[in-house]
Design a protein around this ligand. Structure first.
Ligand code: HEM
Length: 408
């Protein structure tokens, strides 16, 4: 592929210019293609499905640098301001903490952070264990079950819904909107879902303001009403981000981890025998097959050189944690699962936007594996086995669409 140049396109698999990160082979196993891109240089220009080009950062050191580089903005509203668009996304969904640059970003993040410190999350642990246990009890009644629909997806939804005080009957609709926002759905479906979610959360906030509870949302409303530190639209968009950011990511961490475990009888036995190894297993699952193959988009506000590539002002840059986490320059034998590796995976990002829910996701995943490994003598893949997993067909996320298992 040669060294990257300003106009060079590193990966262009076919003459139609189809997005290489949207092929059936990529959905099945994205790592060979990401490694091929990286072998041409840690920062490469690739063509996306709509014929545009984007920089893809696949080297670990370059990815880490890009995630903390102030010249790479996440302010999508500013980016799209000078580009014509027929999109009609609700501002609450498009203008979140994740799409804000410093210094505004710091103010919003500080308010949101108190609910997600490791200490605050540790207090949730008993409740998460109860929710995971209830889901496992429901699975136990069946001879064969789908771990994705029956466990990996509903657990994070239940946790974030309880945190925000979303009533049980509303959770199915919230999940549908959140799925539609993430799946590669038609643009008008995505736009409609964004308005539905933002309208719903606006009403929920009004209800909670009238009758506060001890949930995170009530706490954020109090912070907003006390000294006006958070505007009403900022409050709605923070709630929307918390709903959307924690759902599918955590579900896929649990799902991908289970795929790895189902493929490795010895690892299942080892973890079952020593649950104290679970935190190390969660870290290695995050690195080895994390939920986000390619993270969210950034754009250059001024020219910069990254990994030998010259990026122009206005260019779009995407960091691929899935590639960085398997960079052989950083990790020995990056394709194999080894507990207790030195840290440094980028699955939760890095720098000012480092995942706010990282502590929560880690606890949820640890408890999920603990429950799944100890509730039965063993869990085995059903049907065609773990090598025939049907993967979700999304470019940015990675996770099984279904995971049929039987219980021993
Ligand atoms: C940001 C990954 C779970 C809330 C991020 C970012 C990544 C990430 C990579 C940074 C994106 C970027 O810099 O472009 C993950 C993964 C998860 C997970 C892999 C599960 C395994 C959660 C959960 C929550 C959450 C459970 C909340 C309940 C957020 C928020 C941000 C964020 C609010 C934005 C932070 C900011 O912009 O300052 N996440 N996340 N995430 N995540 Fe997570």
């Amino acid at each position: 592929m040669g060294s990257p140049t300003r106009n060079g396109v590193a990966v262009q698999r076919n003459a139609s210019g189809a997005d290489p990160l949207a092929s059936p082979e990529y959905f099945r196993d994205p790592y060979p293609l990401l490694a091929a891109v990286r072998s041409g240089g840690p920062v490469q220009r690739i063509r996306t499905g709509n014929g545009r080009t984007t920089w893809l950062v696949t080297g670990w050191a370059e990815a880490r640098a890009a995630l903390a580089d102030a010249r790479l903005s996440k302010d999508t509203a500013r980016y799209f301001a000078d580009r014509p668009s027929n999109r009609n996304l609700a501002p609450a969904v498009s203008r979140t903490l994740l799409a804000t640059d410093p210094p505004d970003h710091g103010r919003l993040r500080k308010l949101a952070m108190t609910a997600f410190t490791p200490a605050a999350v540790a207090r949730l642990e008993p409740r998460i264990r109860v929710l995971a246990g209830e889901l496992a009890d429901a699975l136990a009644e069946r001879a064969e079950a789908d771990l994705v629909e029956g466990f990996a997806v509903p657990l994070p939804i239940a946790v974030i819904s309880e945190l925000l005080g979303i009533p049980e009957p509303d959770r199915a609709a919230v999940r549908r909107w959140s799925d539609e926002l993430f799946a590669a759905a038609a643009p008008d479906t995505v736009d409609r879902a964004s308005h539905a979610l933002s309208g719903y959360l606006t009403r929920l906030i009004a209800d909670r303001r009238a009758a506060p509870g001890d949930d995170v949302l009530s706490g954020l409303i109090a912070a907003r009403d006390d000294g006006d530190r958070l505007s009403e639209p900022e409050l709605v968009s923070l709630a929307a981000l918390l709903v959307v950011a924690g759902h599918e990511t955590t579900a896929n961490l649990i799902g991908n981890g289970m795929v790895t475990l189902l493929r490795d009888d010895a690892l299942r036995a080892r973890l079952r025998a020593d649950l104290a190894l679970l935190p190390a297993a969660v870290e290695e699952f995050l690195r080895h097959d994390g939920p986000l193959t390619v993270a969210t988009f950034r754009y250059a506000t001024e020219p910069l050189v990254l990994g030998g590539a010259t990026i122009a002002a206005g260019d779009v840059v995407q960091v691929a944690p899935g590639a960085a986490n398997r960079d052989p320059a950083r990790f020995d034998a990056p394709d194999s699962v080894r507990l207790g590796r030195a840290g440094g995976h980028l699955s939760f990002g890095h720098g000012p936007h480092h995942c706010l829910g990282a502590a929560l996701a880690r606890v949820e995943a640890r408890i999920a594996f603990e429950v799944l490994l100890t509730r039965w003598t063993d869990i085995r893949p059903a049907g065609h086995g773990p090598d025939a997993v049907e993967w979700r067909r999304t470019r940015l996320m990675r996770g099984p669409a279904r995971l049929p298992v039987t219980f021993v």
